[in-house]
Ligand binder design. Structure first.
Ligand code: AMP
Length: 369
């Protein structure tokens, strides 16, 4: 992912794919033109990189020149095309091939046709590396197209966003979701995830999703989901993955536009971690870190029994259920430490001490992300 000015872009078309498309265009044009010596005309600024690569691949002698037009402002195509440098040589009787980096609305192309209206060229051929069929609203024929792309704003390989990005050798696409901070708050039951999440969500303006809380809400309201979840929760067991994953997806969808999420109590299994990655990926985003509160088992049991005196939670009231929850954590959930450690996203934090001190320790990790 890259950031240009205020916006984030994700990789879209690789150098290799671009190279192949340029080669194919060059081969096709050379084949069609035979021994005719063409004049290739690049449309500045965007096409400078394409023209340079293209003419190096073109197998026969050719002439190269440029005209300079300006159409884009920010990420929107404007109707108003400025002619900054026009034609500087007589092209009558010549075969002219326009080399465009991208054709979207076709406004620039319309201006090109206007420029050539009275030039008496032998033929005017249009070649474009990228073409957005959904955005194109003109009738001019496009003779050579390197690659059709969806109607998304792209940068790189000559294309810019307000001056930046032209130098990139590959192409990036504007992310539909801009930057999010997504944290997995991790640790065994009683580690203090809920307590800490309440501070962190305010501090970092994130949406806190506790799967345990969502289940308890459903139990309280006697929904079908609640009735199903209760049968597992009361025994200190995990609710089945698909039920939990579907519920989490819905919670995330309910919060479009969030700056990011604190996932508390999710993921708890490998399948849930993979589902979360997929969900983040669908949102053009990712999990930035798993921040784990590390607390000794015996401290956990004591804390949960203490909480059970006031929480009203059946699963906090009984020591054997508490121990079962901790066991579920070690057999099913603790493996996720490796899952995130492998991606260099695991951060362990000492979860013993007073609440403020622990918040400071967690914030120190988050601030560095
Ligand atoms: P918690 O409030 O996080 O301690 O969760 C309480 C109970 O809700 C757990 O013991 C599970 O029965 C259930 N639960 C919460 N989150 C999940 C999850 N991600 N996967 C499966 N079960 C969960």
């Amino acid at each position: 992912m890259i950031k240009l000015h205020d916006l984030y872009f994700k990789p879209f078309i690789s150098e290799q794919e671009i190279d192949t498309a340029v080669q194919n265009m060059s081969d096709a044009i050379a084949k069609d033109l035979g021994d005719e010596m063409p004049v290739f005309i690049g449309i500045l600024n965007g096409s400078f990189m394409l023209v340079s690569d293209f003419v190096k691949k073109y197998p026969k002698p050719c002439e190269v020149t440029f005209i300079k037009l300006a159409s884009y402002e920010g990420v929107k195509s404007t109707e108003d095309i400025q002619r900054l440098i026009g034609l500087t040589q007589d092209l009558s009787g010549r075969t002219v091939v326009i080399l465009e980096d991208i054709i979207d609305s076709g406004n620039t192309l319309e201006e090109v046709h206007r420029i050539f209206e009275n030039e008496n060229v032998k033929q005017l051929l249009i070649a474009t590396l990228f073409y957005k069929p959904e955005a194109y609203n003109k009738d001019f024929k496009l003779h050579y197209v390197g690659m059709e792309i969806p109607n998304k704003f792209i940068v790189g390989y000559g294309l810019d966003y307000d001056g930046l990005g032209r130098d990139l050798p590959e192409v990036y696409q504007l992310k539909t979701t801009q930057h999010m901070t997504n944290l997995v708050l991790f640790g065994p039951p009683g580690a203090g995830k809920g307590t800490q999440a309440n501070f962190l969500k305010e501090k970092y303006d994130l949406v806190h999703i506790s799967t345990g809380d969502v289940f308890r809400y459903n139990i309280k309201n006697e929904t079908a989901l609640g009735i199903l979840a209760k049968s597992f929760m009361d025994k200190g067991q995990l609710v089945p993955d698909q039920v939990t994953i579907d519920m989490l997806n819905k919670e995330v969808e309910r919060n479009t536009g969030a700056n990011g999420f604190i996932f508390d109590g999710f993921p708890r299994t490998y399948a849930q971690a993979e589902a979360l990655d997929k969900l983040m990926d669908d949102k053009d985003s990712q999990i930035n870190a798993m921040v784990a509160l590390e607390v000794d088992d015996e401290v956990l049991v004591k804390r949960l029994l203490e909480r059970g005196k006031t929480s009203g939670r059946a699963d906090d009231a009984d020591e054997s259920i508490i121990r079962n929850r901790i066991k579920e954590y070690y057999t099913k959930t603790a493996i996720l430490k490796d899952y995130y450690a492998k991606q260099n996203k695991y951060y362990g934090v000492n979860g013993v001490g007073n609440i403020e001190d622990i918040t400071v320790r967690l914030s120190a990790v988050i601030d560095k992300l």
